[in-house]
Design a protein around this ligand. Sequence first.
Ligand code: GUN
Ligand code: ZN
Length: 439
Amino acid sequence: MTAELPSLVLRGTTLRFAGNPFDMPPEEALIADPDGAIIIENGRISAVGSFSTLASTLPATLPIIDHRPCLIGPGFIDAHVHYPQFGVIASYGEQLLSWLERYVFPEERRFADRAYADSIAGAFLDSLLDHGTTTAAVYCTVHPESVDAFFSASRQRNTRMIAGKVLMDRNAPDFLRDTAQQGYDESRDLIDRWHGQGRQLYAVTPRFAPTSTEEQLTLAGALLDTAPDLFMQTHLLETKQEARWVEALFPHRAGYLDVYDQAGLVRPRSIFGHAVHVTENDLTRCAHAGCTLAHCPTSNAFLGSGAFRLFEAMRPDRRVHVALGSDIGGGNSLSMLRVMNDAYTAAQTHGTSLHPVQSYWLATAGAAQALGLAPTIGRLEEGAEADLCVLNPQATPLLAQRAARAESVSDLLFALLMLGDDRAIEATYIMGRRHRASP
Ligand code: GUN
Ligand code: ZN
């Protein structure tokens, strides 16, 4: 396969990080070269620099794609998304628990049918790439077929994806329930089949504490020790109603996070979606454990769940890893530009301002670092996989007139985050291959 991967040069405004914009002035953390070049050999970045310097070193046979005046950066990383909810995105009138019952569970039932799962998995992945997202942590359904469908579609596109079978052995309709043992066995089979195969990575996926018995959560913890570098994903403290339910279901635990902790689920490569209603103790524990919180502001606004306290989570003295998630269908857009827009709004409601370079970091290099995937993805660096997203600041008339007034690259980035969506994605590259390019 590697022999078939493309070699080429991309020219445009390259976006690189000098460091973490939460640890240094954000303006200094972004290095933008208005006439930069990225050399891709066999699907990997072999050099990044100014076009004029690199041009003389290029073999004449290497195609040059000129993306000026667009910005070229790493592909976006969506740390929390449900592919089976692609069809019920934008469903009216409910909050979390009734929304799950009314829209999500009936739709997830359909993924017992492999052909249906195949069709949604393909459409979802193509749409994700149209939105500039090249890696995502993805929930499938309780059906192993839904996982095979997803990873097959990802393998076909050669995307780096994290996904897993949902575990649910109680408080869900019988057509969506497994048992603790069945969930373990099916997950084990799927790990053997997919984890580390090509670019595919497996996440053990208990949906959330209310839909798993303690036995199932404990077995989920045991699964994490059966192969190296497995991920874990679940939901945590998304709404107050859900938090009260967990207290009633697990009265002997110190809190919602402790339910997961006692099962061995709070560790590096564990991704907790939402965490809107976390306490200071929770944040201290997360910082210690090295797990990641997936901030899903679009979903939190859409479902009326609340606003995550990003700057509290990122406090330097006990920094918690944070990444961003679209959480469709709780979120109503796959666009990480829209998610960054809503992350800005969520921070504003707490009286804080999220700088565009900080936001861009959370959606790219910061997420890769949080998930243990740096330096493989998330940055324009020599040796990294060439998963790239090209942003067009002139995609719409509204954006173009604002872009013309931009005072700096970070101001231009801010305009893109506030006004952009999939129309601003000029191109997406997966290991150097352009998505939707004609063969
Ligand atoms: N909590 C448990 N399941 C879900 C889900 O599918 N979406 C969201 N947003 N929250 C959940
Ligand atoms: Zn979710």
